[in-house]
Design a protein around this ligand. Structure first.
Ligand SMILES: *Cc1c(COP(=O)(O)O)cnc(C)c1O
Length: 618
């Protein structure tokens, strides 16, 4: 923003001329006119003290939206997230702060985080506890609340982290924590580990998030909340807390409509098995009956308490996270009305330094107006290439620092980083290693960079990592393959900006949205991906990248699907992608530029949050 002096009386542009400047208590004030200058001089204190824009701090409890999420990625040094869900929550809140959506967010503290990933030379994953000192990043609030867990009153305290936006407005993130002296040693651990422990531990965490979260917001004085946004079903128990609250003020009836009118639910999982469910035996012993069991069965399912069902039944607005995912969810839950709002990423957070400088030069105001990235279409291609070469250099340097491996700056570099779990098919590109070697040997050289953690209990996921290590060893004389440990936000930014091509090979329709390809698009990196999730919307063949396989499949026959997807992957690499990268750089650069103009301008959280405001929060 240009540094223009504003008249402190009327707020218009001041004249930078001698007669229009007044010194008051050794500070200069400039005015637009004699009228304003005289007005000021009549009562300087009144205008000198006034701050130009109100920037609410922690005392501002007039927030209307409460956003609940099991994980939130706010700072790369705070291990309060594991992957996509947390990154999305963080990006959402960063955009809310930028465009002043009056939101307060709730999550858990996780003093022991998720885990640090160590990989040995065979790709065996070892999980180490994460050490971090919360008090260096968040401040303790002087309020506690209690929640019933296994008939005990567990004390919950809260820490605050301010997510400050571009204009100085901030969104408070309230992190709940049970590590207080009053609690028993096991209860003190309840908020320590993200996605750790057994079902009992998980249910206790959801009680703390949902019920403890509502109680904490009340205790902190947030009295004007109009919407409760459940980011995935983990927060569903907040609906029971709202029901219970309502019952206290009107003891003779359960006011379902009142709760429903306040709740917004975003589902992220396209398979029934991905939805949290707890047996009623466990529910009775851990949660008790905040509302009668019969009512819980009515709202959350007869056999088990299904958190998705509970949220569906008590939310007036429900959405999936991409168009296709909305449709898949609608089929899964007929009888409910399920909309879709496609995910995005926070543009400023996921654009690397060299592209930030490039956009600063060509697209004024892009930081707070992601739509304007459309104008990237007229940035000279040579400057796009320069910015990309710089980003690629950074990645190559970091790969060398971490692994000792020397990747080559001129070689087509393919990136793949995501949670190592079966449906992501990390190893699809190695289905036929002979073919891959032949492409690299005869059409043009390639190199690959991987990253991703596997959940500690996901054995098939861990096996995927070992398979990548196996192929890296087998192919190492023809193709350099690096696997970087400890995929996190920092590495995510480095990878999605530093590679030439972003590969994604999920098994349809299991990728609800996917967001890392959107990060790549912000850095001019085209996607080469299976048509699932966001890519169905973002893909224009040969314009923003390339597809793998057809749009629709019956995924029951996954062996033949794997074979066919792999064949198409090799075929396009050989006939289209590798030749274009080496022999038609000009067309390649067209694609890079179109990727930014078409996809970064749309698949961002500024657009997404505005759709939530227009469709869900109204
Ligand atoms: C962006 C991101 C994800 C999510 O990527 P998907 O493409 O949605 O799988 C996961 N982990 C980290 C560290 C990220 O930065």
């Amino acid at each position: 923003m240009a540094n223009v002096d504003k008249d402190p009386v009327c707020g218009m542009v001041a004249r930078a001329e001698e007669g229009f400047i007044v010194f008051h208590q050794s500070k200069a004030y400039a005015f637009c006119s004699d009228l304003c200058k005289r007005t000021f001089l009549a009562d300087p204190e009144k205008y000198a003290a006034a701050t130009p824009a109100s920037t609410p701090g922690d005392a501002d409890t007039t927030r209307r939206i409460a956003y609940f999420s099991m994980e939130v990625a706010v700072d790369p040094r705070m291990p309060t997230y594991s992957g996509g869900l947390g990154v999305l929550a963080g990006d959402t809140l960063r955009s809310c702060a930028d465009i002043t959506i009056p939101t307060v967010a709730v999550s858990l503290l996780y003093a022991k985080g998720y885990f640090d990933q160590k990989l040995d030379e065979w790709g065996n994953q070892q999980e180490l506890p994460v050490g971090w000192e919360p008090s260096r990043y968040v401040r303790l609030l002087p309020v506690t609340v209690q929640v019933p867990i296994e008939n005990r009153s567990v004390v919950v305290r809260a820490w605050q982290y301010d997510i400050t936006g571009y204009t100085g407005y901030s969104v408070p993130l309230i992190l709940l924590d049970t590590n207080v002296d009053e609690n028993t040693p096991p209860d003190r651990e309840l908020t320590a580990s993200l996605y750790g422990g057994d079902e009992r531990y998980r249910l206790a965490q959801e009680i703390i998030l949902g019920m403890g979260g509502v109680r904490m917001l009340r205790a902190l004085g947030y009295t004007q909340l109009q919407r409760f946004h459940l980011n995935e079903g983990h927060a569903s128990l907040l609906t029971l807390e709202l029901l219970r609250e309502q019952r206290e003020s009107a003891p003779h009836a359960w006011d379902f409509d009142s709760v429903r009118s306040r709740c917004v639910f975003t589902t992220h999982t396209p398979v029934p098995a991905g939805h949290d469910q707890f047996s009623y035996d466990l529910v009775k012993s851990v949660l008790g009956e905040p509302v009668p069991l019969e009512l819980m069965r009515m709202l959350g399912g007869g056999e088990r308490l299904n958190m998705t069902l509970l949220a569906l039944n008590l939310s007036q607005y429900v959405n999936g996270v991409a168009k296709k995912h909305g449709e898949v969810s609608q089929e899964m839950f007929p009888g409910y009305s399920i909309d879709s709002i496609t995910n995005g990423v926070h543009s400023f957070t996921w654009t690397c330094d060299s592209f930030k400088k490039l956009y600063d030069r060509h697209i004024a105001g892009w930081v707070n107006d992601s739509f304007s990235l459309r104008y990237a279409i007229s940035i000279p291609k040579s400057e796009i290439w320069e910015a990309h070469v710089e980003a690629k250099g950074r990645l190559i340097e970091e790969v060398h620092r971490r692994t000792g491996m020397a990747l080559k700056p001129d070689v087509l570099t393919i990136g793949f980083a995501r949670r190592a779990t079966l449906y992501k098919r990390t190893d699809l590109v190695f289905s036929d290693p002979g073919k891959l070697m032949e492409i690299a040997g005869t059409v043009g050289p390639i190199q690959l960079v991987f990253a991703g953690k596997s959940h500690p209990k996901d054995e098939p996921g861990k096996d995927l990592i070992r398979r990548v290590f196996h192929f890296a060893r087998q192919l190492k004389d023809q193709i350099s393959i690096a696997y970087l440990e400890n995929y996190d936000m920092e590495l995510g930014r480095l990878l999605t900006s530093g590679v030439d091509l972003w590969l994604n090979t999920p098994l349809r329709p299991l990728e609800a949205s996917g967001t890392s390809g959107m990060k790549a698009a912000h850095n001019g990196v085209p996607s080469f991906s299976v048509l699932d999730g966001w890519w169905i919307e973002g893909h224009i063949e040969g314009v923003t990248g390339w597809s793998i396989g057809p749009g629709l499949t019956n995924h029951s026959d996954s062996d033949s699907v794997n074979g066919r997807d792999a064949q198409e992957l090799y075929h396009k690499l050989r006939t289209v992608i590798v030749p274009m990268f080496y022999r038609d750089r000009d067309r390649w650069l067209d694609i890079m530029r179109q990727t930014i103009a078409f996809n970064a301008s749309f698949f961002n959280t500024h657009r997404m949050v505005q759709q939530y405001a227009a469709n869900a929060y109204v």
